[in-house]
Design a binder for this molecule. Structure first.
Ligand code: LMR
Length: 338
């Protein structure tokens, strides 16, 4: 939308009368300009989400030439994870893929995904996300103006610190960076450690300066953020998952011309298959790169040691059962036994 049209619209149409999405669709219908879709995220291009955003841009611009222009902003370059959701709701960005840990203000049930040791592996998580219960969460925030379009995988989370973490008592008293998630805070409290909520972009510096001593991340995020340079030890705990919901502003999405929306949805489905098929390999590659860098020891747990971690954090489930729903937790657990 050019400056003239913008000012005309803001003078003629009272902003309170028309929601942002209606303005966008009106503008799209009136203009020959391509619809600009801003996709903002906080990770590097080399990660599963980063690759997915790039592929989405490529396919959308190839298949909807002249109709759509996708601008991808990686690495918190447009909005950090403290601001991106507000920006989406205001219509300043159109697609995000926040981690499932970042939805608690919009849908408490999504806290399910943060429960430690819930999914045995990524295949179980995938089965749950594709189940009726998993799919229903995608459309559970439309009353808040957020439409979920897909789940994208990253991977299993690993603990890191500057001391070996073999058993839960090793984590006692350490300060761990956590995403903005009450479940993850409780997880570290259950270990008698100190959780500190911190934006993703601030984690490296937080670890470097000692504001925090440890973190939990999948290998792709550890390597691409150079977290291994400031953490001497990684414990391959696989204690939780880091996955994403690709979301859009409901009014923006519903206001798109029907053919464009349908094609974008097809493309997104295709990209989702690709991202989810590649995510494990990207994490394996990142693990190997960390080993090659020689900065960090990777500790493998015995089944007994891993069971100690599980037992220590398992009480967290009970704390969130009321908000998440016992039935949903049960459905998720069932995905471990196909
Ligand atoms: C985090 O904050 O650790 C993650 O949500 C970052 C991401 O998007 O993978």
């Amino acid at each position: 939308m050019n400056q003239l049209m913008r000012s005309l619209m803001s003078r003629v149409i009272a902003p309170a009368v028309f929601a942002y999405g209606s303005l966008m669709s009106f503008a799209a219908a009136q203009s020959d300009e391509p619809i600009v879709i801003k996709f903002s995220h906080v990770v590097a291009d080399s990660t599963p989400k980063g690759q997915g955003a790039q592929l989405f841009k490529q396919l959308a611009e190839e298949r909807l030439p002249g109709k759509v222009k996708v601008e991808v902003y990686p690495n918190s370059s447009l909005y950090g994870d403290g601001q991106e959701m507000d920006a989406l709701l205001l219509g300043d960005v159109h697609i995000l893929a926040p981690s499932l840990a970042k939805f608690e203000h919009y849908q408490k049930k999504i806290q399910l995904f943060d429960l430690p040791f819930l999914f045995d592996d990524m295949a179980a998580l995938d089965r749950f996300q594709n189940s009726e219960a998993g799919q229903s969460l995608l459309t559970s925030m439309t009353d808040k103006g957020i439409t979920g379009l897909a789940y994208w995988h990253n991977g299993l989370k690993q603990l890191s610190a500057n001391k070996p973490l073999r058993t839960p008592k090793d984590a006692r008293g350490l300060k761990f960076r956590v995403q903005a998630s009450a479940v993850l805070e409780e997880q570290f409290k259950a270990l008698r450690a100190n959780p500190r909520k911190m934006a993703f972009a601030e984690m490296y510096q937080g670890l470097q300066t000692g504001v925090v001593n440890g973190a939990e991340n999948p290998y792709s995020n550890i390597y691409s953020q150079k977290i291994h340079e400031v953490q001497k030890n990684i414990t391959e705990s696989n204690h939780g998952t880091l996955d994403y919901m690709v979301i859009t502003n409901t009014k923006f999405w519903d206001g798109l011309p029907e053919d464009v929306r349908a094609e974008l949805k097809n493309i997104l489905n295709e990209v989702t298959v690709e991202v989810n098929a590649q995510a494990n390999a990207l994490n394996d590659g990142a693990k190997q790169s960390i080993l090659d860098a020689g900065t960090t020891e990777i500790i493998t747990l015995t089944p007994e040691e891993r069971a100690q971690w599980r037992d220590a954090v398992r009480p967290v489930w009970k704390k969130f059962e009321g908000q998440v729903g016992a039935d949903l937790i049960q459905a998720a657990e069932q995905s471990n036994n196909p």
